[in-house]
Ligand binder design. Structure first.
Ligand code: PLP
Length: 376
């Protein structure tokens, strides 16, 4: 099996798995109970929290653990609206986001629109990037929140988050950044008031994410109950998941340059191995290079995936692949249904070897050519 689906999830780092192990069996205490065991579990969670915050490298705030980045994004959006409705933000009732955001943002924004929020979804150019002049024209006194992701999960294109945050702040609005695909891979952009991250995209476990919040920008509590996480997100934390996330974050922080250089080499090797006839979807320069989203005239991406069962790769995104719906991101780039269906996404990173990637690309290219012959 050659795993080339790093945007869907990443292999768990052995360091993260080892760190989690004792907290699954022997050290089972509730981290919020006052016993010595409970205190030890709580201390381990706090070490993990510090590791994640240090790896994020943002100043003036801290994280609250969540069950996923999807939860963090739902909370940031809904909780900010709720707080504003309590009179916190001068009656601001408008959210601006971008057509290429993840469903965790877009669907939540749509839901909020159903609750009376004035929603603006800005288009992107053919390169997948937001036109800042367009954003400037939309920013006014009614805007409560601007939500833009740093690295796109389907095409890897990056957005100028710090500039967007400055523009939002100048208009008196808050800025939320979905940094799920950026964290642990590239430096996080400074400026946003809230930043969502997920452990399983940085070689940590599934089922844990976090929302970083600047002091004073905390959304209203989303989950009510025992008052854990400063009363912002109730629920017993899992020491194993938090510790695994912390270990993965520490490792990512230590290996940033090494992992980044490895990905740059893999990108070049993959392009060379695929050969001619492919077009890269999205910006090439403003991009995370561990995401290679490509298309080929006449290719049936779904058939290619079904034929090459021992290579794990994806159509546009895991969600779009599962639903059979064409990707909303490729559509936003201006690709029609046919071009979207002829696109595939190869995602690679820390544990991908150049040899396996080159082998997979040779096979993908050969198979695509044989598809063309059969179809001709
Ligand atoms: N945002 C982006 C850009 C993602 O790629 C994903 C996961 O695919 C999410 C949000 C949701 O993360 P989680 O799986 O932690 O809910």
């Amino acid at each position: 099996m050659i795993y080339l689906d790093y945007q869907a999830t990443t292999p768990v780092a052995p360091e993260a798995a080892n760190a989690m192990e004792p907290w699954i069996e022997e050290r089972f205490a509730n981290p919020h109970s006052p016993s010595r065991w409970g205190n030890e579990a709580e201390a381990a969670i706090e070490v993990a929290r510090t590791r994640i915050e240090e790896a994020m490298g943002l100043k003036g705030g801290g994280i609250v653990f969540t069950g996923s980045a999807t939860e963090a994004l739902n909370w940031a959006l809904k909780g900010t609206v709720e707080k504003a409705r309590d009179g916190d933000r001068d009656g601001r009732n408008r959210i601006i986001t971008v057509a290429t955001e993840h469903a965790a943002v877009l669907d939540t924004c749509e839901w909020l629109a159903g609750q009376g929020i004035d929603l603006t979804v800005l288009p992107v150019g053919a390169d997948g990037r937001l036109d800042l002049d367009l954003l400037a024209r939309e920013l006014d006194k009614r805007v409560l929140l601007v939500a833009v992701m740093q690295v796109n999960n389907e095409i890897g294109a990056t957005q100028p988050i710090s500039e967007i945050a400055n523009m939002a702040h100048d208009a008196g609005a808050l800025m939320l950044c979905d940094a799920v695909q950026a964290f642990g891979r590239v430096e996080l952009c400074k400026g946003p008031d809230m930043v969502a991250v997920s452990a399983h995209k940085i070689h940590g476990p599934k089922g844990v994410g976090a929302l970083w919040m600047r002091k004073g920008s905390e959304p209203a509590p989303f989950i009510h109950g025992g008052g854990q996480e400063r009363g912002l997100r109730s629920g017993t934390l899992s020491p194993a998941l938090c510790v695994g996330f912390g270990a993965a974050a520490k490792l990512a922080d230590e290996r940033t340059t090494r992992d980044y250089d490895h990905v740059q080499k893999l990108w070049k090797a993959a392009i060379q191995a695929l050969g001619a006839g492919w077009t890269i979807n999205g910006d090439i320069r403003h991009r995370y290079h561990g995401n290679l989203n490509i298309r080929r005239e006449g290719l049936d991406g779904a058939r290619l995936i079904a034929d090459l069962r021992d290579i794990a790769f994806s159509l546009g995104s895991a969600c779009a692949s599962g639903s059979g719906r064409p990707s909303h991101v490729l559509k936003a780039l201006g690709l029609d249904y046919r071009k979207s269906r002829s696109s595939i996404r190869l995602g690679f990173g820390r544990y991908t070897t150049q040899k396996e990637l080159v082998d997979a690309c040779h096979r993908i290219a050969a198979h695509a050519k044989s598809q063309e012959k059969l179809d001709a």
